[in-house]
Design a protein around this ligand. Structure first.
Ligand code: CA
Length: 241
């Protein structure tokens, strides 16, 4: 499989700093979005630390597919520990954390590892599917049928995360392994995109003709046109035979 990707990150229209961090390495099949949180510049530090940690540990030494999930899990826990360590000794970094969504494509297998409310989508043919699960309070309320999709979208509690990397010792990492097909398109994004435009709009913008760079630009522009309340980060990965 041949991988081609592009990354785009934008501060948006309301924030003065960008706490997101994105990474793409086509030759190693590694793609990451992290969305940091914490006062002052702490969020930026947390997301950058998470991305650096994953990059330093990937690709793993063993290339057995069953080991990839384990390696991802270990890398997430290492990232979490590193962030907590800095947060515990520097007052200005106290409570910092980050979402972390990683797509690792090895041969014909996609390994996903994820914590938080950034997202990993897959577009296959006409089917856009969110493969990751949001670790957010409203997503949980929605899953339990306590609120409607409409209420979830407008909820004041939209930004409350149930877990993040760096906040607590225990992190429940969402892991998924999927076969990769030629012409699949993966989209990793921070909530600055998915909070601003819905899946139907994302689908429509991904379906338009043009390069993946143009698709990424269209997505960022749409999020800004819808308000651009948060930093917007995107990684688009195209799979070819
Ligand atoms: Ca965000």
């Amino acid at each position: 499989m041949k991988l081609t990707s592009c990354t785009l990150t934008d501060v948006g229209l309301r924030r003065t700093n960008n706490e997101d961090c994105v990474y793409a390495d086509d030759s190693n099949g590694l793609f990451i979005v992290a969305d940091g949180m914490g006062g002052h510049a702490a969020g930026e530090v947390a997301s950058a630390m998470a991305v650096e940690t994953i990059c330093s540990l990937f690709p793993p030494l063993s290339s057995l597919p069953a080991d990839a999930a384990n390696s991802l899990k270990k890398a997430f826990l290492t990232a979490s520990r590193s962030i907590r360590k800095v947060a515990s000794v520097e007052d200005s970094k106290r409570g910092m954390g980050t979402t972390l969504s990683v797509l690792y494509i090895e041969g014909e297998t996609a390994h996903l590892a994820h914590v938080g409310d950034s997202r990993i989508y897959r577009l296959r043919g006409t089917d856009l599917e969110q493969l990751s699960i949001d670790h957010s309070l409203v997503a949980e309320q929605l899953r339990l049928g306590l609120i409607s999709a409409e209420e979830a979208r407008s909820s004041q509690m939209r930004n409350i995360l149930l877990q993040a990397v760096g906040l607590e010792d225990k992190v429940d990492i969402f892991l998924l392994r999927q076969p990769v097909l030629s012409d699949d398109l993966f989209l990793l994004c921070s909530d600055g995109l998915s909070d601003m435009i819905d899946d139907d709009q994302i689908y429509a913008l991904l379906q338009q003709t043009g390069s993946i760079q143009q698709a990424a630009e269209r997505l960022v522009e749409a999020a800004k046109a819808a308000g651009g309340r948060d930093n917007i980060s995107i990684v688009v990965v195209k799979i070819d035979d």
